[in-house]
Design a protein around this ligand. Structure first.
Ligand SMILES: [Zn+2]
Ligand SMILES: [Zn+2]
Length: 343
């Protein structure tokens, strides 16, 4: 089969389009999926660039945002039939029996495999994925949109709904206008919150408003707390879903009301934060993190997408052979929505 194989680490030209062996017949709970779309995630770029990731599959085929059709089922695979349209979770939850897996928190299980990293991924014509890590695609959701529900959409659902427990009428600040931020805005709006979005870039304002933000605070220097307080009558927001990370932590902290919730999702700045604990303790703040998308969160996000309440943001599709060019577009921030590869 044709695949994009990551030949070493470095610039996008380590991504080589060539023939590799097709996966063997599925065993146990495995499902053979013919890939029809695979999203290009920032995570793919980090794995391609660095050797700093443990347990890489060989040959390394990237891609964890996968949609396709079921071609064959392992003898123990359940719940799916040949020909069905499916999409994947970001990680394979292979354990199923630890305290995390048994309490709907399998994304925190110590024994999971990242597709496209520790297991072969979706930059290929076929991929093997366990039955538990696939969901059926609703008829009205196409492959390109379905492919990204398990990563930016589902993780934003986790942050807003499950971890953030956002209630109708609450005021919610979403920081950052990347994949997580854009979908978090849509989901917070869909659950009835008043949504404030912050960005450093005037050019993102329109897209954030179209995603459903009631107010967009543009702070070129990243100091948005003042603008957020002004937008809430001086009060602040009940919840912040922060997709940026350490560089904006103190602005996030200053933006929430006493008793407010700070939800961390996706640390992209790698900035260490100096923190006086009294700044958290005295104001009764809560800090939680949302990691990835569980199977249930994938199903819930698919329902929101099928109902039209949330629109997965796919900016363009490209042939699989052009994966290197797709990586360059993402690295250069030349796209707002996802680039999706089609084998
Ligand atoms: Zn992803
Ligand atoms: Zn587990």
């Amino acid at each position: 089969m044709k695949a994009i194989v990551t030949e070493g680490h470095g610039a996008p030209d380590v991504l080589v389009y060539r023939d590799i062996d097709a996966p063997p017949a599925p065993k146990g709970h495995q499902v053979l999926v013919r890939v029809r779309a695979c999203g290009v995630c920032r995570r793919d770029i980090l794995v391609r660039q660095g050797p700093g990731h443990r347990g890489l599959a060989s040959p390394l085929v990237l891609g964890h945002e996968i949609a396709g059709e079921v071609v064959a089922l392992g003898p123990e695979a359940r719940g799916l039939q040949v020909g069905q349209r499916v999409c994947s979770t970001q990680r394979e939850f292979v354990c199923g029996c630890c305290s995390m897996c048994r309490t709907d928190r399998e994304t925190l299980c110590p024994d999971l495999r990242f597709l496209g990293q520790e297991a072969s991924g979706g930059y290929a014509e076929y991929v093997l994925i366990n039955d538990d890590n696939l969901a059926r695609l609703p008829d009205n959701v196409d492959f390109a949109h379905g492919a990204i529900v398990g990563c930016p959409v589902g993780t934003a659902f986790n942050a807003v709904c499950d971890t953030g427990k956002v209630q109708p009428g609450e005021r919610v600040l979403i920081t950052g206008a990347g994949g997580l931020g854009m979908h978090a805005v849509q989901i917070a709006r869909a659950v009835g919150a008043t949504v404030i979005a912050s960005t450093r870039s005037q050019s993102k304002v329109r897209a954030l408003e179209e995603a459903g933000a009631h107010t967009v605070v543009v702070a070129v220097d990243g100091n948005f707390a003042k603008g957020v307080r002004a937008a809430t009558g001086g009060r602040g927001v009940d919840v912040t879903v922060d997709t940026v990370g350490g560089a904006v932590f103190h602005e996030v902290r200053r933006s929430v009301v006493p008793g407010g919730r700070i939800i961390l999702v996706g640390e992209v700045t790698g900035t260490a934060v100096e923190l006086d604990m009294a700044q958290i303790y005295r104001r009764g703040l809560e800090i939680r993190s949302a990691v990835s998308t569980s199977r249930r969160q994938l199903e819930m996000a698919l329902r929101l997408v099928a109902s039209g309440a949330v629109r997965p943001l796919v900016e363009r599709t490209m042939p699989l052979a052009e994966a290197a060019a797709a990586h360059r577009l993402v690295e250069d921030n030349a796209v707002v929505g996802r680039v999706v590869l089609v084998p």
